[in-house]
Design a protein around this ligand. Structure first.
Ligand SMILES: [Zn+2]
Length: 191
């Protein structure tokens, strides 16, 4: 296949050279309420890749992004943290034949870090893109959680903007005695 970024022949959808030069991750933590939100890129850096979200080739790109940053991060986390943790994606909604968030959740799998797929669903999928904080607060996602109760979990999403979605998810999960340790996102839009 060809590298999505430079167009050269490559084994991966983002070639090794581009991974090592253009897409070098920088870990950043932002506090949203009581939640630590970790991100790896500035939004502008990977915008072109993220915009493949609902295109047929997007699943491969999201899988690669997940492997580039979530997999190594979670392996290191698993080495340093004792005990079982679950990984929960924000609304693994299937669109164009795949869920882009599920690709990321899958990449966050590590020893004792187990993905729970499709357990946190949004009942409201109104588009937040370009919308104000006020609009987001007035139009919550209304999450429904159907996973295990009384567990420790890590939340996964592609981007963080205002953080209202992650906060809402944290609150819904807390009602099911799910303790969210932190959230993992690829990119922070407001950094
Ligand atoms: Zn390349």
């Amino acid at each position: 296949m060809r590298c999505y970024s430079c167009g050269k022949l490559s084994f991966s959808v983002v070639c090794k050279a581009c991974q090592e030069t253009l897409f070098v991750p920088t870990l950043k933590t932002r506090k949203v309420g009581t939640l630590d939100v970790i991100s790896f890129y500035r939004y502008e850096t990977i915008e072109g890749l993220l915009l493949t979200k609902h295109k047929p080739e997007g699943w491969r790109i999201y899988r690669t992004l997940g492997k580039m940053v979530f997999t190594p991060f979670m392996r290191e986390f698993a080495e340093n943290d004792a005990g079982r943790v679950y990984v929960i994606g924000i609304d693994e909604n299937v669109k164009s034949g795949y869920s882009h968030v599920a690709q990321l959740t899958r990449a966050a799998k590590a020893p004792e870090c187990i993905p729970l797929h499709g357990v946190l669903r949004a009942r409201n999928r109104v588009n937040y893109s370009g919308k104000s904080l006020q609009f987001r607060l007035k139009n919550p996602r209304y999450f429904v959680y159907t996973g295990e109760e009384g567990i420790d979990a890590i939340l996964v999403d592609d981007i963080v903007t205002t953080g209202t979605t992650l906060q809402e998810a944290q609150k819904v999960l807390a009602a099911h005695r799910v303790n969210v340790l932190f959230a993992l996102t690829l990119a922070d839009v407001e950094s």
